[in-house]
Design a protein around this ligand. Structure first.
Ligand code: NAD
Length: 512
């Protein structure tokens, strides 16, 4: 599955042995048909090569889909509780490897160890939950309108599923897709983000170690157009599940629509947190820091807009900015670090570009805005936690997803005004309200246009047994997590058994 190859120079300036990872196709660890590879580098220190991965092409996708199609013939017939037992075993293995996998993840994408441990834990939680689903997958058994006739609906698998994932939750998000897909009896080809193939590789390897038969999951690493494109286009891929940007979602959605595939799109966000005058301000500041700068602001649910009522606006800004300035930025491997680097150079450039945009739009830069380059920062993609105040809701920094540690604070008059600002946006993933007034809380729960609303908590922190997903340009209406995932990865079949020994015509033979 992985072999050592010589690479260099490294941190020490000498050649070192780096692991080279292969694709998994039909139970075999194989090199890509292109003969090319790419490096996975540590964004906290780009001299550190985390691994060498296959730069695959359409022929690898073809082979993987063929393997999955073949494996589906047997896998669909394995009883769901037996399929789920393998997923349960995977949960146990993952639990045992949590620290190792968290460290791999911090090294490949930069978020701090506490968070990467949480990412692995989310895969563990999903595995236990989906293992339980193997004994549920309930469908309705319901009375027939005719005598001596039995009616029920059963869930059936779809076939080969193409799964395309982003880099910010490189084990949790693949687990949200892979685990319900296989428990439902599908087979899969997964293409992880090019910045984080190792964490997905660790999940796939765990499932293999847990006893998954060959061909049921296949991993093909590489880039979007060369691997993700052919995977979403392939006629034998019956369902496509993508988590990523709205721009890529639009492409994948259109491709899938041409062949009427099941298609789940979980896309961008620009999530508001509303702080009313009666809020517990200490709690709101704490939450706003965690929501805004956790994962370096690189969460689809990141608290990127904080809408504050005028009575506490000044105090909130002062205290929030002071705390943001004090956040310890550094290598996520250091337990003291509170915010890691941007995932790559492009993302850092985007973050810095939005700082310029915010300044040009006339927002007040209260702290941050600069790349960090001195000392230990010199070889990574670090920037300061950045806060803009007096942001107009129409400004680009308040409307567009930045996906970095840049928070916009927007003043508001009252709850009604805050909800209007919150909703007046293209996206609708997460939202939050800080208040002690239960009436206001319930109004916001009803009126915020988002797939998720938190009361007295920031916009991040989903639990795996609840529906996850958004409205408007955040997606196409599907939900991950909980039973929604089972809904996506299965299709209903209505079954009627007539034991009357006569022809009974529905809607016609009513015995009247
Ligand atoms: P991205 O859209 O650039 O890439 C996502 C995946 O799509 C990657 O694996 C990429 O290689 C692949 N891809 C790129 N072009 C493709 C193409 N033409 N055809 C098929 N596949 C293609 O996103 P990213 O930078 O990896 O992740 C960040 C984005 O993901 C943000 O917009 C964020 O909000 C979103 N996100 C959403 C959720 C959610 O559940 N709503 C969760 C996490 C991240």
């Amino acid at each position: 599955m992985a072999t050592d190859v010589l690479t260099g120079p490294t941190i020490l300036g000498t050649a070192t042995r780096t692991k080279a990872y292969k694709n998994l196709i039909d139970g075999e660890w194989v090199e890509s048909s292109t003969g090319e590879t790419f490096e996975n580098r540590n964004p906290a220190d780009t001299r550190d090569v985390v691994g060498i991965f296959q730069k695959s092409g359409p022929a690898d996708v073809e082979a993987a889909v063929e393997a999955a199609k073949h494996a589906f013939k047997k896998w669909r017939l394995v009883p769901a509780p037996r399929r789920a037992e393998i997923v349960y075993r995977a949960a146990e293995i993952l639990q045992g490897s949590k620290e190792e996998f968290a460290r791999d993840m911090t090294r490949e994408m930069g978020k701090v160890l506490d968070e990467t441990r949480g990412d692995v834990q989310e895969a563990v939680d999903t595995a236990y939950y989906m293992a339980g689903e193997g004994r549920r997958m309930f469908g309705p058994t319901t009375p027939s309108e005719l005598p001596n006739k039995f009616a029920m609906a059963i869930r059936q698998p779809l076939g080969v599923c193409g799964l395309i994932t982003p880099w910010n939750f490189p084990m949790a998000i693949p687990s949200w897709k892979l685990l319900p897909a296989i428990v439902c009896g599908n087979t899969c080809v997964i293409k992880p983000a090019q910045d984080t193939p190792l964490s997905t590789f660790n999940l796939v390897r765990t499932l293999v170690d847990a006893g998954l038969p060959k061909g049921v999951i296949n991993i093909v690493t590489g880039f979007g157009p060369e691997v993700g494109g052919p995977l979403s286009e392939h006629p034998d891929v019956k369902a496509v599940s993508l988590t990523g940007s709205s721009a890529v979602g639009r492409i994948v959605g259109q491709t899938a629509a041409k062949r009427f595939k099941h298609c789940s799109l979980e896309l961008g966000g620009k999530n508001p947190m509303i702080v009313l005058d009666d809020a517990n301000l200490d709690l709101a500041i704490e939450g706003g820091l965690w929501g805004g700068f956790g994962t370096t602001g690189q969460r689809c649910t990141a608290t990127s807009r904080i809408i504050v009522q005028k009575g506490v606006y000044g105090e909130f800004i002062e205290r929030y900015v002071e705390r943001a300035r004090a956040l310890k930025v550094g290598n996520g491997m250091d337990e003291e670090t509170q915010m890691g680097p941007a995932v790559n150079e492009n993302q850092l450039a985007t973050d810095l570009r939005y700082v310029d945009i915010g300044k040009a739009e006339g927002a007040r830069l209260k702290c941050g805005g600069n790349r960090l380059t001195s000392g230990d920062y010199a070889h990574g993609f670090f920037m300061e936690p950045t806060v803009f105040a007096d942001v107009d809701p129409k400004m680009r920094i308040a409307q567009e997803e930045i996906f970095g540690p840049v928070v916009s604070i927007i003043p508001c008059e009252d709850l009604e005004d805050a909800i209007e600002i919150a909703n007046n946006i293209e996206y609708g993933l997460s939202s939050s309200l800080y208040t002690k007034d239960v009436n206001k809380a319930f109004s916001a729960m009803r009126d915020l246009e988002a797939g998720i609303t938190y009361i007295n908590a920031p916009t991040i922190g989903a639990e795996v047994h609840l529906p996850f997903g958004g409205v408007k340009s955040t997606g196409n209406g599907h939900r991950e997590g909980g039973v929604g995932a089972i809904d996506f990865f299965s299709q209903w079949k209505a079954v009627y058994v007539d034991y009357s020994d006569t022809l009974q015509r529905a809607q016609i033979d009513r015995g009247e």
